[in-house]
Design a protein around this ligand. Structure first.
Ligand code: UDP
Length: 522
């Protein structure tokens, strides 16, 4: 047990694409013997309780620690605690981030309530406000990156070479300088997470908290992105571990897997029996993740394209839950017309349960990094339809580097389209053509599927004992033990306000309070 005796506190960003991998990481760390507390708000804790409870039933020492979200103090309605609740509410967006930055107070209170100082805090890169809490209490701090190393390195190179500042507008084309592969795009498709008007101070905080962290974790693996990981680590000068894909961490029972990140808005048994009745690799799965919302017109074009494709599909159509125009159009007969081969999930789909089913042979995806890793882990080729943020980089990686993706033809974030486009980038004919290319059973499609399967085997191998991500996580834990010991020695100098573990080092089995003495075994 590499981590026996450690108490680790994990602080995810309150967004689905960040909490899900952080909870996976929590289970991985608890699997190595650590006691792990995931600190999040009540709404987000509730969404992730099924997974954590399943891990606890399996004997892992992992818990959800709830802290209040300071939103109501900034005018947000009670219960608005996840970014997926404010994407469409422009008035709520800035107060949401202000509230997020205020989470340092409840986090500080939580840390002070502990019987002893945690050995390490792992914060999402978008939670730089954790840095002050860690500094105050002498807690070593690591940063978890949830996007790809490709994206991290690309945006870093663009910033340090001044490209973002030099271009005339959002659409001026450039090539990423000093990058391991040729990568071409524009500011709209290489935008950093916090590169929005009014968010400069947030971005500065993120950059500074990363530069002062005790190490970086990236949810990727070396066979996938080794060159980008190494170049990023060198550029930042921080110890960096590639510990993913966390979605391949395994160990969840079927119910918990189906409720990963949220309770599914569909009977999972029904989805499985529907898929069981379809031939291998015949079904297209469609999802745009937790944040991206297609315009009603674009939803209709997509629906018509799927209908014309004449292929079986499962569509996680969250717009059908929230958008009245989409609901009205669907009620006009689409579902009946495709009843023999289309399954609509109106809201949250059990994504990994679907992607891991042998009937699924293609994924029309917005290319969120988790969706990308989930496709890779299950050997499913991707029809790429990026929407914003890092998603255009995932597309480049899938199509240009890994050769397991087909471009749908969506070239810009919808907010960069002219208003008269009404959010439409792809017509039904475009969709039909792209789906046919992805699901092709000729030589090209067959070769692409074979490459995807090879990559899936590498993803799984990376996470198994002897694999690169397994070794990186062990190495990270060794580093945490060293850091924690160092902090304990500093304690006499008044650095920390909390008691540390009683004795750090080899295999002392005594325990105090919540934390046992540490042992490091490789
Ligand atoms: N997800 C899911 N069901 C859905 C939509 C999303 O389980 O209906 C999960 C998906 O498997 C992934 C995460 O939510 O783990 C979304 O993260 P990603 O990085 O793919 O996209 P984002 O939502 O951040 O844009």
């Amino acid at each position: 047990m590499a981590a026996a005796g450690l108490h680790l506190v994990l602080v995810p960003l309150v967004a689905q694409g960040h909490i899900i991998p952080m909870v996976d990481l929590a289970r991985l760390l608890a699997g190595r013997g650590a006691r792990v507390s995931v600190v999040t708000t009540p709404v987000n804790a509730a969404r992730n309780r099924a997974v954590v409870d399943s891990a606890r039933r399996a004997g892992l020492d992992v818990e959800l620690a709830e802290v209040a979200f300071p939103g109501p103090g900034l005018g947000l309605p009670e219960g608005v605690e996840n970014i997926d609740m404010v994407v469409e509410e422009k008035d709520h967006f800035m107060p949401f981030f202000q509230a997020l930055w205020k989470m340092d107070e409840p986090l500080d209170e939580y840390v002070r309530s502990l019987p002893r100082r945690p050995d390490c805090l792992i914060a999402d890169t978008c939670n730089p406000w954790t840095a002050g809490v860690c500094a105050r209490h002498g807690i070593p701090r690591l940063v978890l990156h949830c996007p790809s190393a490709y994206y991290l390195l690309a945006t870093h190179c663009l910033s340090t070479h001044g490209v973002y500042d030099r271009v005339a507008d959002e659409l001026e084309t450039f090539e990423v300088p000093d990058f391991p592969v040729r990568a071409v795009g524009n500011r709209a498709t290489f935008r950093g997470f916090f590169q929005w008007p009014g968010m400069d101070t947030y971005e500065r905080d993120v950059v500074e908290a990363e530069a002062t962290a005790d190490g970086l974790l990236i949810n990727t693996f070396r066979d996938l992105e080794g060159v980008f990981v190494d170049r990023y680590a060198a550029a930042l000068g921080r110890k960096t571990w590639a510990i993913g894909p966390t979605c391949a961490s395994g160990g969840l029972d079927a119910d918990a897997m189906a409720g990963r990140g949220n309770r599914a808005d569909v009977d999972v048994g029904l989805v499985l029996s529907w898929l069981d009745a379809r031939p291998a690799s015949s079904v297209l799965y469609i999802s745009f993740g937790s944040l991206a919302q297609l315009s009603p017109k674009q939803v209709i074009e997509l629906a018509r394209g799927l209908e014309a494709s004449e292929r079986p599909f499962v569509w996680a159509i969250k717009e059908a839950k929230s958008n009245a125009d989409v609901q009205a159009w669907l009620a006009e007969g689409f579902e009946e017309r495709v009843a023999d081969r289309g399954l609509l999930v109106r809201g949250w789909a059990p994504q990994v349960t679907i992607l891991s089913h042998p009937a699924v042979g293609g994924f029309l995806s917005h290319c969120g990094w988790n969706a990308t890793l989930e496709a890779i882990t299950h050997g499913v080729p991707v029809l790429t339809w990026p929407y914003f943020a890092d998603q255009f980089c995932s597309e480049r990686l899938l199509v240009e580097v890994l050769d397991v993706g087909v471009r749908s033809g969506a070239k810009l974030p919808p907010m960069n389209l002219p208003e008269e486009a009404e959010g439409v980038q792809l017509t039904s004919a475009d969709v039909e053509k792209a789906v046919a290319e992805l699901m092709d059973v000729g030589p090209d499609g067959t070769a692409r599927r074979a490459r995807a399967k090879e990559l899936a085997a590498k993803a799984k191998a990376a996470m198994e004992e002897g694999g690169s991500s397994y070794a990186d996580l062990d190495d990270m834990l060794r580093h945490v033990v060293e850091l924690s010991m160092k902090k304990s020695h500093e304690e006499g100098t008044g650095v920390s306000t909390l008691p540390s573990a009683p004795q750090l080092g080899s295999k002392n089995k005594e325990s105090i309070g919540a934390g046992a003495a540490l042992s490091v075994e490789s």
